[in-house]
Write a protein that binds this ligand. Structure first.
Ligand code: SAH
Length: 606
């Protein structure tokens, strides 16, 4: 079975929570997704169909504690396009029925059995091959790939019709399976890196046991690797990894080739061996274009071969002949690509949004899920969870952002996938700029080879604004009132100009114990320019438990109403409010917004 993500356990009400907890206990990293305002889980969602579809599209296994029909209806629109199909199961709320619905090839029946065993109920398995043999022959374990699904189905139905099979090659996972075996059978399960020859009586499973190495990237690289495999009779599915020189990390040509081949890209450092190999070309002088080409080919091949030499390949691995500067090695058993050389490290700086899980973007969630290491201020590392087992937290309480950024590069340049987390948006008074500053200042080539990505998030000003309406609906600015990293006179000057420009303003870091007077001084400056009736919004812990929102005016605002967990939005002269309809069900009586049009006089005092 392919290695799966932990399942999403979806519940619609409190009645399902007890069963959901029992399922959660079976799978490391599993999370309970609960319908907002109905039940409390790890993740809240608001629309069931949308949520199920999103999970399905991302390939997340789904255990839905609701009627099978509801799940079918929600996912039906996605079933026509045959892509990856994660396991989907419906479970009775009380745990009395376990119904595998989709994902026969990704292990749904395995999950149904596991859950059934835990809940002491017989799973409703309907797949005949599975019922007869107790396993899905078409779902080989990690490290193996099925040659042809269509052929596989035919093979299984032959066995169901009474044929026996022999097993050619090593299939350790089938040893305990109750197959009709006969060493003299015409039908065979063949475990081999060699391509299927079309024999309808063979079920061919490829161990991912082949490594291709190349020292030069070019547009035809993937094509040349395919040719080299096919010239050796090897199936493309048997390829475990493409290996490139460590010094070429970040070269897009290699990345494209690996992704075209559908295999991980790994890097090896052949060091002096590669150099020596390159130098040791045919001794004759290149007296013709052909000879020169041959010499170049020879060098390319020698340095690719040196890359393979630098890997810890199993003793059974053998070299195969290949052209176009490619070196090939085939082993008997599957190779774990993670053990071959090193990966290009990745550093993602991401924003968690204000706090609630459904304001974390799917892109940020994906970056968190795929990270090996989570780096950040302790509170945010906590907010990024629940994490998978094995994910390493690097939670710090120190406020030294640059030091944290450097630590993240150290990890990433050692091949790890690092997520640096900030609240809100990482580019708004947060880690993204610190990470770039650390990178620019570094002359460490390994840091510059790291794949760096910034993933945006919902910033506190935007989350707060949305709760009350659209106070930032026209021109606005974001200001940090912290004078930790900039002199206070710069802050005063910017405040004055922003006030004069009649921009709405969002104040981050408005106040703290170490900075007790700054907010009052800031308000003084704004009040010199802007009328006392100017609308002000205070959002505290927006999108977190205990969220409070308050609307007031510039005249009435008191700094004691503000702390470091508060977002202060000061409207422009045009910002206005009106009563919400009684049916809006909101505690706050008003919608606040800044219109998109603008009065000519700008409304600035005096
Ligand atoms: N990168 C963050 C901001 C970090 S600065 C973002 O884009 O939101 C920290 C300041 O942001 C806090 O002092 C507070 O003013 C504001 N803030 C962050 N999260 C908040 C929340 N959930 N509710 C209200 N204000 C918040």
């Amino acid at each position: 079975m392919a290695s799966l993500m932990p399942p999403a356990i979806v519940v619609l009400g409190p009645g399902a929570l007890a069963t959901a907890q029992r399922v959660k206990a079976l799978y490391a990293g599993a999370q309970i997704h609960a319908l907002q305002e109905r039940a409390q889980g790890d993740i809240a969602f608001s629309g069931l169909s949308e949520h199920l579809r999103e999970l399905y599209r991302r390939g997340t296994p789904i255990v839905a504690l609701c009627a099978a029909g509801i799940v079918i209806r929600c996912l039906a629109p996605l079933l026509a396009s045959k892509g990856v199909e994660p396991p989907v199961l419906a479970l009775a709320e009380d745990g009395s029925a376990v119904v595998p619905l989709l994902g026969g090839l990704t292990g749904v029946n395995v999950m149904a059995r596991e859950i059934g065993a835990a809940l002491e109920t017989a799973p409703a398995i309907t797949t005949s091959g599975e019922l007869r043999f107790g396993t899905c022959l078409l779902n080989p374990p990690e490290g193996y790939a099925l040659a042809s699904l269509a052929q596989g189905k035919r093979f299984v139905s032959d066995l169901l019709a009474g044929e026996a099979t022999r097993i050619d090659g090593a299939a350790p996972w089938l040893e305990t399976v109750n197959l009709p075996r006969d060493p003299a059978a015409r039908h065979a399960i063949r475990v081999s890196p060699h391509a299927w020859d079309g024999n309808p009586e063979h079920l061919v499973i490829h161990p991912r046991s082949v490594v291709a190495a190349a020292s030069v990237a070019h547009a035809l690289l993937a094509e040349h690797v395919r040719e080299a495999l096919s010239a050796n009779g090897i199936a493309q599915e048997a390829l475990a990894a493409l290996v490139a020189p460590a010094a070429r990390m970040g070269d897009a040509g290699f990345e494209q080739a690996a992704s075209a081949l559908g295999v991980p890209l790994r890097f090896a450092d052949a060091g002096d061996a590669a150099h020596a190999a390159e130098m040791a070309g045919p001794a004759e002088a290149a007296d013709s274009a052909n000879a020169a080409r041959e010499q170049a080919n020879h060098r390319a091949h020698a340095s690719a071969a040196a890359l393979l030499d630098a890997l810890a390949l199993p003793a059974s691995a053998q070299r195969l002949a290949a052209e176009h500067g490619i070196a090939l090695s085939v082993a008997h058993e599957p190779l774990d690509a993670r053990t071959l050389g090193e990966a290009r490290g990745k550093l993602t700086v991401l924003g968690l949004g204000p706090g609630r899980a459904d304001l974390l973007t799917p892109m940020a969630r994906a970056a968190l899920d795929e990270a090996t290491d989570i780096v950040g201020y302790a509170t945010y590392v906590e907010m990024a969870g629940p994490l998978r087992p094995g994910q390493v937290r690097h939670a710090t309480d120190n406020r030294e952002e640059l030091q944290r950024a450097r630590h993240a590069f150290e990890l990433a340049s050692a091949g790890r996938r690092v997520a640096v987390v900030s609240s809100g948006d990482p580019g708004v008074f947060a880690m993204a700029a610190a990470v770039l500053e650390a990178l620019e200042a570094s002359d460490e080539p390994r840091w510059h080879r790291v794949e760096l990505e910034i993933v945006p998030g919902v910033s506190a000003a935007l989350a707060t604004a949305a709760r009350v309406g659209a106070p930032l609906g026209h021109d606005f600015c974001m200001l940090s009132l912290s004078d930790n990293l900039k002199p206070w006179n710069v802050i005063e000057k910017r405040l004055r100009h922003a006030a004069l420009a009649d921009l709405a303003m969002a104040f981050y870091n408005p106040i703290s114990r170490a900075r007790p007077w700054q907010l009052d001084r800031a308000l003084e400056i704004v009040r010199e320019v802007r009328a006392p009736g100017t609308r002000v919004v205070l959002g505290r812990d927006v999108g977190r438990p205990g969220e409070t929102l308050r609307t007031t005016t510039l005249g009435e605002l008191d700094s004691s109403q503000v702390d470091m967990r508060t977002m202060v939005i000061v409207g422009s002269s045009a910002t206005r409010g009106f009563a919400r309809g009684a049916s809006s069900g909101e505690k706050h009586g008003e919608w606040i917004y800044t219109p998109r049009w603008y009065a000519q006089d700008g409304g600035v005092k005096g």
